[in-house]
Design a protein around this ligand. Structure first.
Ligand SMILES: [Zn+2]
Length: 171
């Protein structure tokens, strides 16, 4: 399994448990190069998940692509590694339920839905670079919704942003 963070192909499984009443296995993995952890969610009968791009071409779902976009969006924000990998995991779970074929737009919207609860700035960054979301009217509408909902500035975490309460991410 390629590392979400650095793309290294080797990892060790640090925890493994069944999920969905035994229909799938959740594995906690640790990258052998960067040491960061991520979770994979494997169906006993792994059903392929494909993503249809805007130009009509189809490619296998790649969680590291989702992670790469996300990692860019959270730069210098108080979002932890754990929150990122959980978000990627949840997006994949949701898409697999919709699958076996989803569109890039669906992938992006799933990310945005979860990211909005996590960090406003990261959400806007992701939204602004997300190609299928660039229709300006749509983006402005999203921005409007966000500004209305805006809460007072939350307390920042420490420099690595590791101590931010996860309350908002849990909803
Ligand atoms: Zn790594």
């Amino acid at each position: 399994m390629r590392c979400l963070w650095c793309g290294h192909p080797d990892d060790k499984v640090v925890d493994s448990r069944s999920a969905d009443g035994g229909a799938s296995v959740r594995r906690r993995r640790e990258c052998l190069r960067c040491g960061r952890r991520f979770t994979t969610f494997e169906r006993v009968e792994e059903v392929s998940l494909s993503v249809v791009k805007r130009d009509g071409s189809k490619e296998p779902f790649d969680r590291s692509k989702v992670a790469a976009g996300l990692i860019k969006a959270i730069k210098n924000r108080a979002v932890t590694d754990k929150q990122v990998s959980q978000l990627v995991e949840r997006v994949e779970e949701k898409l697999r339920r919709k699958g076996p074929v989803v569109t890039t737009q669906e992938v992006g919207l799933e990310v945005l839905t979860l990211l909005r609860r996590l960090d406003d700035v990261a959400y806007l960054r992701f939204a602004s670079v997300y190609k299928d979301f660039q229709a300006l009217t749509h983006f402005e509408r999203e921005l409007g919704i966000l500004l209305q909902k805006r809460e007072p500035v939350r307390q920042a975490g420490d420099r690595q942003g590791r101590r931010v309460p996860r309350a908002r991410a849990k909803r």
